[in-house]
Write a protein that binds this ligand. Structure first.
Ligand code: ATP
Length: 245
């Protein structure tokens, strides 16, 4: 059971300037420290939810037409990205967002520099989490494998001690073994720090292994929701959306 909501999205309606009506009355909730998934096919609206929640709608010429987003009870529906970040929400965007022509360590230090010295964690925390990052700390981030870049993105996100991490298509293009390694690292740290995770994924089976609960999106609408077990055992309709029928 959710004890205390951190993120609450109510009846969210979002449309792009192109005319695409991406979300139609979406409601989702993420409790403090909870791991929640959003799954669904290509074009279902998953990334649009991530953008809205992290204050990036305007960057992609999307408008919230109706509904409300709140963080710890505060209305953040029209907050810009920097304000949402300051409220403790860090995003790992599709494509990872590491700076290719900077070393692994400089990617991490760049984020650390924004944290007041007395609260600043050691860069080695990232290396404890994913030892391969320590081995490659002087390498340019762009020269890492896709999995290592994603580890860098996850470790970097955790260094700022967020209350919620929004990860969009973290598994894209990676071997299942690597995805498991990344998610195990994330799960261990998130549990330790009480960080909530909103995992947005097309890879349903993998996603349900990691999250406590998930929402199934289809054509901009939540068509099913439940615990991972409930969704795995769901009837034909849900299974069809999940691609596990
Ligand atoms: P994917 O896995 O392909 O990213 P998704 O479930 O994340 O799919 P969205 O990317 O949120 O889905 O797309 C939802 C709808 O909004 C689609 O119809 C898509 O074409 C449209 N859309 C997404 N981004 C934009 C954009 N920048 N401009 C215009 N329309 C967009």
């Amino acid at each position: 059971m959710v004890e205390q909501q951190f993120l609450s999205v109510r009846d969210l309606d979002v449309a792009y300037a192109s005319g695409a009506h991406a979300l139609r009355g979406v409601s989702i909730e993420v409790g403090a420290g909870e791991r929640v998934g959003i799954v669904g096919a290509n074009g279902a609206g998953k990334t649009t939810v991530a953008r809205a929640v992290t204050g990036l709608s305007a960057v992609f010429r999307a408008t919230v037409r109706q509904g409300r987003i709140s963080l710890a009870g505060k209305d953040t529906t029209r907050w810009p990205a920097w304000r949402v970040l300051a409220a403790g929400v860090v995003t790992i965007p599709e494509g990872r967002g590491v700076i290719s022509n900077m070393t692994v360590e400089d990617n991490l230090r760049l984020v650390l520099a924004a944290i007041p010295r007395r609260r600043r964690p050691a860069v080695t925390e990232a290396y404890t989490m994913y030892p391969v990052l320590g081995e490659r700390r002087r390498a340019m981030a762009g020269l890492l494998s896709g999995g290592e870049q994603q580890m860098l993105a996850v470790a970097r996100a955790l260094l700022v001690r967020p209350r919620l991490i929004v990860a969009d298509e973290l598994s894209l293009g990676l071997a299942p073994r690597i995805v498991t390694e990344i998610l195990d690292g994330l799960a261990a740290r998130a549990a330790n720090e009480g960080t909530a995770v909103l995992l947005i994924e097309q890879a349903v089976v993998m996603s349900l292994r990691f999250v406590d609960r998930a929402y199934v999106l289809d054509q901009g609408t939540v068509v099913a929701q439940g615990t991972s077990d409930e969704l795995r055992q769901a009837g034909d309709t849900t299974a069809r959306y999940l691609g596990v029928a």
